[in-house]
Design a protein around this ligand. Structure first.
Ligand SMILES: [Zn+2]
Length: 253
């Protein structure tokens, strides 16, 4: 009898183990984990790039929003920050500035196939339209924008939507901190998300992203050169420049 109980116990232990393993496999099914790690690193880089030129008032360069462009090898190649105030031009969002300037770089051509944009805030309708029409492959944004976001899904009503893949790094702590921070702020103050992005609280999250990028511990060794290149890219990103000066950021042939 004790033998029978032991065998029954053994059976249930093995059954529980099998269920646990198969559910873990199912959860990660179809997820490219090294790519997920690259998305986390490059999302931190988009925040760190904004942090390096942090704005403390509405009368500065523009909003605390910015984007980096990454090539087919996950190497960052270009960056731009929102500059609507200094340019006195409401079209000067990070993504618009990034796309227009990058397409002016020598040898790039008409479209941006194969490139990914990592951006700190979910793209608005204007940027989504430009991303689609220039054939950018992928967008990864950090913070949801409940006000001007969800623009990509509107493209499905267009005959030739040029739909791109859009993701957000769900497990990134900075993402949830920014979204919770904004949810609390908007209940109290009810103003724009760009005002929340001027607060010390938001600045703290962006500063943490900068630090997390510089101390990132990789799980996938194949991402090492990407991490080193990204850390250097952010270190080298200076203050915002305009017009021809922006071309100094073009990839060297
Ligand atoms: Zn935009």
């Amino acid at each position: 009898m004790p033998l029978f109980i032991n065998k029954t116990k053994q059976f249930f232990i093995l059954l529980m183990l099998a269920v646990t393993i198969s559910s873990a496999v199912a959860q990660n099914k179809g997820v490219d984990l090294p790519q997920k790690e690259r998305d986390n690193v490059l999302s931190l880089a988009a925040l760190a790039m904004v942090y390096k030129d942090w704005q403390t008032s509405r009368n500065g360069r523009g909003h605390n929003i910015g984007s980096i462009l990454v090539d087919q090898n996950s190497t960052p190649v270009f960056w731009a920050r929102n500059s609507v105030v200094v340019r006195d031009d409401s079209s000067q969002h990070g993504e618009v500035r990034l796309i227009q300037a990058f397409l002016n770089c020598p040898g790039i051509g008409k479209y941006m196939d194969g490139y990914t944009i990592y951006t700190s805030l979910e793209p608005c309708a204007m940027c989504t339209g430009m991303i689609a029409m220039t054939k950018v492959n992928r967008v990864v944004y950090v913070q949801d924008d409940p006000e001007y976001g969800h623009a990509r899904q509107a493209l499905v009503n267009i005959k030739f939507p040029r739909l791109f893949e859009q993701k957000t790094p769900k497990g990134l702590s900075e993402k949830s901190e920014l979204e919770q921070g904004w949810a609390t702020y908007s209940k109290k103050k009810g103003s724009a998300i760009t005002d929340y992005l001027l607060t010390d609280e938001a600045r703290t999250v962006y500063a943490k992203a900068d630090q997390d990028l510089n101390t990132y511990k990789l799980k996938y060794p194949q991402n090492e050169s990407m991490l080193l290149a990204t850390q250097k890219f952010i270190k080298d990103a200076g203050p915002e420049t305009f017009d021809q000066k922006m071309m100094e950021r073009c990839p060297k042939p």
